[in-house]
Design a protein around this ligand. Sequence first.
Ligand code: MG
Length: 240
Amino acid sequence: MQTYEIRPAGVTDIGNVRPTNEDNLLNDGHLFVVADGMGGEGRGEAASRLAIETVRAVFSSEPTADGLLKAVLRANAEVVEHAASGPEWEGMGTTIAAVAVVSGEPDQQLAVVNVGDSRVYLLRETRLERLSSDHSKVADLVRAGETSEAEAFSHPERHVLTQALGAGPDIEPYLAVATPMVGDRLLLCSDGLFNELTEARIIEVLATVTDPNAAAIELVARAKRQGGSDNITVLVLDVG
Ligand code: MG
């Protein structure tokens, strides 16, 4: 059976404009998560942290693709409950994008789960593919053929989400299972990255900067040079 080693590197940055960093990340060697909290005044940061802690705890007792999905559903329940616990927490929410190496037949697989618009990309050779699926108004328009990817990049409603953890009890996380290859590079990121850098510019960095830590730092630096109008979180995972 083929097993995979992951070389991970993660960076989270407040950006140039926001007063606080509401993003959080988890990089524990086999489970990797980016969460982009919303709500302001500490709510977003609390939501993204609570979601990540919950996913980590639930996934550790069932480290499978189905376990990852259950972990994200549980995280939603936790954030919904916390948001109802007092007026100071009202309106808290978070996106989530999670990747884990799970056992499969015959070889290990990558489980990918997301809610909201934090993304998971796969770079294979020089081709960048999205493994996650955005829950946003603009993504719906792109899927319906009413807006192009290029228009979506600068669409005025690109920040409007159709799903987020904490928004309500009923969510439908997106789940994908992918077969990795040695040499693949995965990127998990919050929208603070891809709203500043086109996919062509993301490929430029991922395909040329060999060290995952240096690649993560360079992506964040470029997003900040481009404006850095939001918090920026990046996880680069090299599959070996
Ligand atoms: Mg954001």
